[in-house]
Design a protein around this ligand. Structure first.
Ligand code: GDP
Length: 295
C-alpha cells in the first residue's frame, strides 16, 4: 500500500538518519523531497504546504532528545505529524444509548457502498452485535438483490420493500423490523448515483431527518484520490457526515485520499475496506498507517 509514497519518503528521510549532526540546510533539503513525495502521492497542495511547514518548524527548532540522533528525531516528527494529519487516534462509532443504533451508508455509485454494508455488518457481529441490513437503494434494482445475496452469504438478515416504495419509508420500516427481530444495529444501504445531484442529496437529507441516524458514513473509493476528497467535502456540507469509510485500499492507490480527507473535511476516516471478499472492515488507525508508510 502506498508504495511510491513510502519509498520516496523513506529515501528523503534516510539521508538524515545517518547524519550525526543536522544543519538547517539538511532539513530544508529533506523537506523539499518530502513535499515532492506528498504531491506525487496526490495529497492536496494546501495540506502539503501546512504539513511541510509544521515539520520544518519543529525539526529546525527541535528540542533534542538524547536517546535519538537528530535524523531520527526528524523521522519521529514526520511520524507524529502524519498521524495528526490523519486524525490522531482511531475514531469511535457513535452507538445509540437505546438500541437500535442506526447507520446510514451514503456515497456515489461504484464506491463500494453495498459491499461495505455487508463488511460493516460483519464488523458489528464480530463485536457481538446483531445487525440488520436495509436495502434502501431503489433506483438500482440489482442493488437489492446484491445485498440479499451478500446477506445470505454471511448469514445476516436483509430487509427490503422492493423498488416502488419511498426509501425514507423503507429506512423507517427497517428500524421497526430491527426492533421486531431483536437486532441492535441497522445498516441502511442508500442510493448512490454517478454524480452528486440535488435529488440524491434531498432524499438522503429527508432520510436523515426521518430516522436521525447515529452515524452517517460516507463510502469513498481511495483510488479516486482528490476526487474522493471533493466528494467528501460536498457530502459533509450537505449532510454533516460523521465519518468516512475508505474502500479499495488494496488497489493501486497513491495515498492522497487517506492523507487528505481528514485535513480538508474535518471528518475522521473510521474504517478502511480492502478487497472484494466480504470480511470485517478494518478500523482506521492513523498511527499504524503512518508507521507503515515510514517503514
Ligand atoms: P456501490 O455501487 O457503491 O454499492 O458499489 P459495490 O459495493 O457494488 O462495489 C463496486 C465494485 O467495487 C464491486 O465490484 C466490488 O466488488 C468492488 N469493491 C468494493 N469494495 C472494494 C475494495 O475494498 N477493494 C476492491 N478491490 N474492490 C472493492
Amino acid at each position: 500500500m502506498f508504495e511510491g509514497l513510502s519509498s520516496s519518503l523513506q529515501k528523503a528521510l534516510g539521508k538524515l538518519r545517518s547524519k550525526g549532526k543536522l544543519t538547517e540546510e539538511d532539513v530544508q533539503a529533506a523537506m523539499r523531497e518530502v513535499r515532492l513525495a506528498l504531491l506525487a502521492a496526490d495529497v492536496n497542495v494546501k495540506v502539503v504546504k501546512q504539513f511541510v511547514d509544521r515539520v520544518r518548524e519543529r525539526a529546525v527548532g527541535q528540542d533534542v532528545q538524547k536517546s535519538l540522533t537528530p535524523g531520527q528525531q526528524v523521522v519521529k516528527i514526520v511520524h507524529e505529524e502524519l498521524t495528526e494529519l490523519m486524525g490522531g487516534s482511531a475514531a469511535r462509532l457513535n452507538m445509540a444509548p437505546k438500541p437500535p443504533t442506526v447507520v446510514m451508508l451514503v456515497g456515489l455509485q461504484g464506491a463500494g457502498k453495498t459491499t461495505t454494508a455487508a463488511k460493516l455488518a460483519l464488523s458489528f457481529r464480530k463485536h457481538d452485535h446483531r445487525p440488520l441490513l436495509v436495502a434502501a437503494d431503489v433506483y438500482r434494482p440489482a442493488a437489492i438483490t446484491q445485498l440479499q445475496v451478500l446477506g445470505k452469504q454471511i448469514d445476516i438478515p436483509v430487509f427490503e420493500m422492493g423498488t416502488s416504495v419511498d426509501p425514507v419509508r423503507i429506512a423507517q420500516q427497517g428500524i421497526a423490523e430491527a426492533t421486531r427481530l431483536g437486532a441492535d444495529v441497522v445498516i441502511v444501504d442508500t442510493a448512490g448515483r454517478l454524480h452528486i445531484d440535488e435529488q440524491l442529496m434531498d432524499e438522503l437529507s429527508r432520510m436523515q431527518q426521518a430516522v436521525t441516524p447515529n452515524e452517517v458514513l460516507l463510502v469513498v473509493d481511495a483510488m479516486t484520490g482528490q476526487d474522493a476528497v471533493h466528494v467528501a467535502e460536498t457530502f459533509h456540507e450537505q449532510l454533516s457526515i460523521t465519518g468516512v469509510i475508505l474502500t479499495k485500499l488494496d488497489g493501486d492507490t497513491r495515498g492522497g485520499a487517506a492523507l487528505t480527507v481528514r485535513a480538508v473535511t474535518g471528518c475522521p476516516i473510521k474504517f478502511t475496506g480492502m478487497g472484494e471478499k466480504i470480511e470485517p472492515l478494518e478500523v482506521f488507525h492513523p498511527d499504524r498507517l503512518a508507521s507503515r508508510i515510514l517503514g
